[in-house]
Design a protein around this ligand. Structure first.
Ligand SMILES: Nc1nc2c(c(=O)[nH]1)N=C([C@H](O)[C@H](O)COP(=O)(O)OP(=O)(O)OP(=O)(O)O)CN2
Ligand SMILES: [Zn+2]
Length: 118
């Protein structure tokens, strides 16, 4: 199996309002998010690619237009804007457009990663 990844960055605010009021993440705050999309295939295409990295450009546009410098509770329309939910959201967006999508990882801080891999 061949696997490729590409990384995307955005900055956004969120508020995990469902958490107890004394939890730090119940307060409005922000992160410099990193999204890593993985694509997998048993075969390479005639160019020797799983998929040309350039074909992930629509994801960059989607992130820049809809997520960068925005409030994620508004973007996703709910308050459980965790990295787990974001990973699933980006996985589903990519899978619809790029069937080789195999997982998405999201980082909120230099020490944390959440992955969605069905
Ligand atoms: N499983 C998850 N746990 C938490 C998430 C999440 O998305 N998934 N999110 C948060 C907060 O939004 C935020 O990311 C805080 O993370 P945390 O690592 O607790 O923050 P710190 O940088 O302050 O951690 P320290 O290492 O303690 O300084 C919380 N949990
Ligand atoms: Zn947070």
């Amino acid at each position: 199996m061949y696997r490729i990844t590409k990384e995307f960055h955005f900055s956004a605010s969120h508020q995990l309002s469902h958490l107890p009021a004394d939890h730090q993440c119940a307060r409005l705050h922000g992160h410099n998010y990193i999204v890593v999309v993985e694509l997998a295939s048993a075969e390479l295409n005639s160019d020797g690619f799983v998929r040309d990295y350039h074909e992930l450009a629509p994801l960059k546009r989607y992130i820049d237009d809809e997520f960068d410098h925005r409030h994620l509770n508004e973007v996703l329309g709910h308050d459980k804007v965790t990295s787990e939910y974001l990973a699933k959201h980006f996985y589903e967006w990519c899978k619809e457009r790029l069937p080789e999508t195999s997982s998405v990882k999201v980082s909120e801080t230099p020490k944390t990663w959440a992955e969605y891999r069905p």
